[in-house]
Design a protein around this ligand. Structure first.
Ligand SMILES: C[S@@+](CC[C@H](N)C(=O)[O-])C[C@H]1O[C@@H](n2cnc3c(N)ncnc32)[C@H](O)[C@@H]1O
Length: 280
């Protein structure tokens, strides 16, 4: 017999699940988030016709569950909130400082490499693409490439599709909107799509920042790791940042979210302005 829904998450089941989530994706789920986890995972239990969270946990941690359910669990619990031009001072800094310095020091003889290391549904890497493509109109020999990674397959699929509700375009400056967005003709459910020139500059790849080694190129001029560190405890933050810094050469820039802080962490970084760091 199938249990009536909603099924309750018992305290000991919450402990098992939160320890598993911490080990798999570094996210520290405090007891205050119990109801949130319960609500989000109830949908998974329902679609798997399961009768308890214990049954779900046993499946999730079995070889088959790790293969088939882990992705769904991560999609259900992760917070993918993002926007185009979120924390826009970062993009002003890229244009006014980073790109200027890049052109002066390299003469644009090689491409500029950017990594959006928790890219969610793509708004962050496409914002970078708009800014970099626009810079290219001034320097014909400038080229760039963007890597966009996330743990969530659902978010990555949205990024690859590059289709967003029309209202999201409000965050994009008008001169970039007209150049880099295609508008749907659907009047009922209007959407925007990122133009092909920009889409081909962004490569989406699944990467769990809890992995021991990051399987990405060794050289980025800028790394964005914004609005994820806040979900990690101090030890995980430091581990993740150390691994990211392996991919950032001296003088490369790291951007973190506005509610995050690296205060007290022993890392080879110098603060340039709040939430922007240069590797030393
Ligand atoms: C709140 S969003 C931030 C998106 C974007 N960086 C921004 O600032 O708008 C956090 C993202 O981190 C991703 N994430 C969570 N744990 C992760 C992990 N262990 N490795 C990689 N990405 C992770 C989530 O899937 C989510 O898309």
């Amino acid at each position: 017999m199938i249990a009536p829904h909603p099924i309750r998450l018992l305290p000991q089941e919450f402990q098992l699940l939160s320890a598993f989530i911490y080990a798999q994706c570094g996210i520290n789920i405090t007891p205050q988030k119990k109801v949130l986890v319960e609500t989000r995972l109830q949908k998974r239990l329902k679609s798997l016709s399961m009768e308890s969270f214990k049954q779900y946990y046993n499946y999730l941690t079995s070889p088959r569950g790790l293969d088939e359910e882990l992705f769904h669990m991560i999609d259900a619990i992760s917070t993918n909130k993002t926007d185009f031009f979120r924390e826009s001072v970062h993009f002003d800094f890229i244009v006014n400082t980073v790109l200027k310095k890049f052109t002066e020091t390299t003469g644009n003889v090689r491409p500029f490499y950017a990594w959006s290391a928790a890219c969610s549904s793509g708004e962050e890497p496409y914002t970078l693409a708009m800014v970099l493509e626009n810079y290219r109109t001034t320097y014909w020999n400038f080229d760039y490439s963007i890597l966009a990674t996330d743990i969530s397959m659902k978010a990555l699929r949205q990024g690859v599709a590059a289709i967003y509700p029309f209202t999201r375009a409000n965050d994009i400056p008008a001169h970039l909107r007209s150049k880099y967005l295609l508008k749907s003709k659907d009047k009922e459910k209007p959407t925007i799509k990122i133009v092909p020139e920009l889409r081909k500059k962004v490569t989406f790849q699944r990467l769990n920042l809890m992995d021991n080694v990051y399987q990405v190129s060794n050289h980025f001029d800028v790394i964005f790791c914004r609005n994820l560190l806040i979900y990690f405890d101090r030890k995980t933050q430091e581990n993740v940042l150390r691994k990211l810094l392996v991919k950032l050469p001296t003088d490369g820039y790291l951007f973190i979210g506005h509610s995050e802080s690296l205060h007290g962490l022993d890392l080879p970084l110098k603060s340039v302005q709040p939430t922007i760091y240069v590797k030393v």
